[in-house]
Write a protein that binds this ligand. Sequence first.
Ligand code: F6P
Length: 740
Amino acid sequence: MRAAVRYLVLLFGSLALVAWGASALFNLQAMEWAQRDVAARARLAASAADPSLRQAAGRGERQLLNNMVRDERLMGAAICSPSGRSEIASDGFPASLGCRSLPEEALRVGEEGWDRTIAGPSGATHLTVLPISHEVSQPPRMLLLVHDMSYVDRRADTTRRYTFLAFAVVGLLGAAAASVVARLSWLSWTAQLRMVLLAPFKAARVVIPRRFQPLLSDVRDLVSTLAVEEARTESGWTPERLKQVLQRQLGGEGILVVANREPYIHERDGAGGLRVVHPASGLVTALEPVMRACSGTWIAHGSGDADFEVVDGHDHVRVPPERPIYDLRRLRLTPEEEQGYYYGFSNEGLWPLCHIADARPSFRSTDWERYQQVNRRFADAVAEEAAVPDPIVLVQDYHFAMLPRYLRERLPRATILTFWHIPWPHAERLVVCPWARELLGGLLGSSIVGFHTQAHCNNFMEAADRLLESRLDRERQSVIQAGRETLVRPYPISIDWPSRWADATAPAEQCRAEVRRELGLPADALLGVGVDRLDYTKGIEERLLAVERLLERQPRLHGRFWFAQIAAPSRAVIEAYRSLAERVEALADRINARFGREGWRPIILARRHHEPPAIFRMYRAADLCYVSSLDDGMNLVAKEFVAARDDLHGVLVLSQFTGAARELTEALVVNPYDLDAAAAALLAALDMPLEEQEDRMRSMRTLVSELNVYRWAGKMLLDATRTRRKERLASRLSPVAEPR
Ligand code: F6P
């Protein structure tokens, strides 16, 4: 509105200025013409009357002069003597303009005469002085004619008025025409803009005019920023919300996930058929529901013995098998590659390096070679799967420290978010690895590196500072190396909520009764449970020793309390894992031998893979769950136990050395090395009144339900999309994703 008023003021102002200029010019011209006209008329009248004038002057007769001034524009005529005296004048000659008023030059003028226009009180007046014929021996008398020029002023006024009127009419017509044109083009512009902005929601692909690209990109930027802010502040992440946010941010573009472990393993079942196994892996537990929500491609090592029987020509298989949503791309590794990259460098080198669990890392150059080789192969696979030049790639875990750098070489504009699922050690510990600098440099190929906790982020930044030629930006929490910035962020991982496995499991009472029956326990048996991969970082030995200490101290539990340890075989090729399995077996046997009696063997050790439904039944059947990790990035067993207990019963005893202990503060948090304290916590769990159990469980369930895995993925992906947007702006890349 204001702009329109400003436009009209400007339009009419300029028109008035032009009108004024035009009329001034015209009036000047008109005055010039009028002066020429009266001068000519004066000369004509004078020459016609000249002989008579001479006589009239001699005789002092004014009649002749009166006759001359009959011309309506002549106001008066007078004859001036050579000395400038008025000899005779017509009737009514204006007294102020008499011969005395003439300048000297006018009285001495020759045949050409003298003319002057002067401004009078009632308008302009023109004076003409002409010599009257005379004796050569005498100086001439002068005829003075006074012309009324006020009509020129009147005409000028009229002209000015009409000019202004004409320009006003033109202005009004112009403004009307401009507003009609503006209205029409506004309508068409807004129609085009609507089409451009709604394009992502239309099924058909819309061609976006070039001139809208910058605007569109700004609008998208704004919308995304608002969405990011909205997403950041709100709780209540669900698969649907993650899907919506990603649809807005990525416009349907799938994400690429690289993880060594695949979410579904196809194996032969021994009876000529195939079965699908869900691996025991925190990473899979967390990431699989995210992929269901986001879709895209998961690139992993095809480790099942029937994996390549079900893939297509590009080693792809659609999963989940029961309702395919995303692609699983399987990579074949040779036995040498698997040995060097997975068992060797990843699990005999990096795993013990990063966990404080008294295991010595082994670093062999042959393993390091294989590790780099396999990381390169995965980087090639990602580049093959990428549908755009700047895809979002989520790199998972310690198997792929070098991949970000290799991938950056292949796809310089990719947004690479690497999440390290295990702890990151202090720099003093890290330098034990002969290739610590290379590992850091490899990870700094990422746009963002994520850890579970701020403490691990700090360790990583300190290590980069101490071992590399790099600069830290502590305010932005980033490492800058060779002009490239890598953000370092904490993203505490979690599980899906509501848990699909919990939803598919029978109610707690039923699980409780069934599990006791299956294990041959009395209906009122007290049952503790532990669920892990058979890994020395999980503190399984310390857990069983704590149970032993409990039984030592509490004879009243003899014959009443059982502890079931589910131990999924893991990395059994590695000696440290084989010997752990043997030690755990021996320990369970020893405790059972020490305390056991007819009908009661307190330790139930199940050393085999359990599918998630069986594990959720155990969680629901138990009175307590003990997670005793000696060092653990997060530990999702703790969160799964909480998710399973919708009856609000059961107590979580949790090691202080897990990331989960920072969130689940209503658990009984213990130092697993302190067997007395751990035994006391187990006892407190068994004796805890139901009301207190409910209070604690309710609070933990609220927390896990909010800090669920969709929030974890959402926060990471929003950071990744934001980083990509910035990089796209910087490189002026079109924000419209190219179709697959
Ligand atoms: O803890 C790191 C991790 O990758 C977990 O995410 C997962 O639970 C485990 O290791 C899987 O180990 P693997 O794939 O070697 O069986």
